[in-house]
Design a protein around this ligand. Sequence first.
Ligand SMILES: Cc1cc2nc3c(=O)[nH]c(=O)nc-3n(C[C@H](O)[C@H](O)[C@H](O)COP(=O)(O)OP(=O)(O)OC[C@H]3O[C@@H](n4cnc5c(N)ncnc54)[C@H](O)[C@@H]3O)c2cc1C
Length: 221
Amino acid sequence: MVGMLPVGTRPDDPTPRLSFFWSLPVAELDRAAADEHAWRGSVGEVWPEAMECLAGTAVPGGLAQARYRDTVHSAWHRGRAVLLGDAAHAMSPQLGQGVNMALLDARALRDALRAHGSLGMALEQYARGRRSHIGIYHFWSRWLTPLFQSERDRLARVRDLVFHPMSRVPGGRGQMLRVLTGTRRGWLGTMPLPDAFLEALDGCRARQGAPSGTVQLAPDR
Ligand SMILES: Cc1cc2nc3c(=O)[nH]c(=O)nc-3n(C[C@H](O)[C@H](O)[C@H](O)COP(=O)(O)OP(=O)(O)OC[C@H]3O[C@@H](n4cnc5c(N)ncnc54)[C@H](O)[C@@H]3O)c2cc1C
């Protein structure tokens, strides 16, 4: 898998930045970037247009290694200790939900601590609520990983044939956005978004001159 993500600017530098990612099996990590020429050749073969953006990137010095794994715990808390974020539920980054989920964990823990005088009950409510949301994301990220990051080229061809057209089927785009915004709950349920948030979103669209409703999450908001 190869890609670039716009990541904004630095506080003291208005240059827009891109984060570049290139994924490999862990066993190949150290060897892959050791030979700069070969590495640039492999990237250029897959994505020639990216080479211009990477011209100023030192190899391997300008590349950081990141590893990930699936984390599944039978319990998220014991005594006064509680797990949040990746410690509770690390998953492959296919759906780009790790930060969303970690922030939602923090909010749910805050709410549970405010609602219950008993620490045990608060941690239980937090864990139950968050697990019921995260379960489907764990499932999807695990099952989608081989479609994006594996040597199974046939699966990748099926992915290309199915995913793009699916985003154009009426209702399909909204459903995909539901998943990608982290607001799916279970197979078909949704997490309601606060009215104030939706109004702020409409305000952003209006300021950018986009017709309201260009990006619709789903008819049920
Ligand atoms: C390649 C890759 C791409 C990703 N892409 C996305 C994406 O596009 N969108 C998205 O939402 N998420 C993405 N993620 C996932 C996201 O980075 C994580 O889900 C998120 O950072 C989890 O936050 P966290 O606070 O739980 O853990 P972390 O961000 O891992 O923070 C844990 C912190 O604890 C520190 N620490 C560890 N041990 C100790 C110790 N003993 N004492 C003190 N400090 C310690 C660590 O140094 C670290 O700073 C990606 C992850 C990877 C690996």
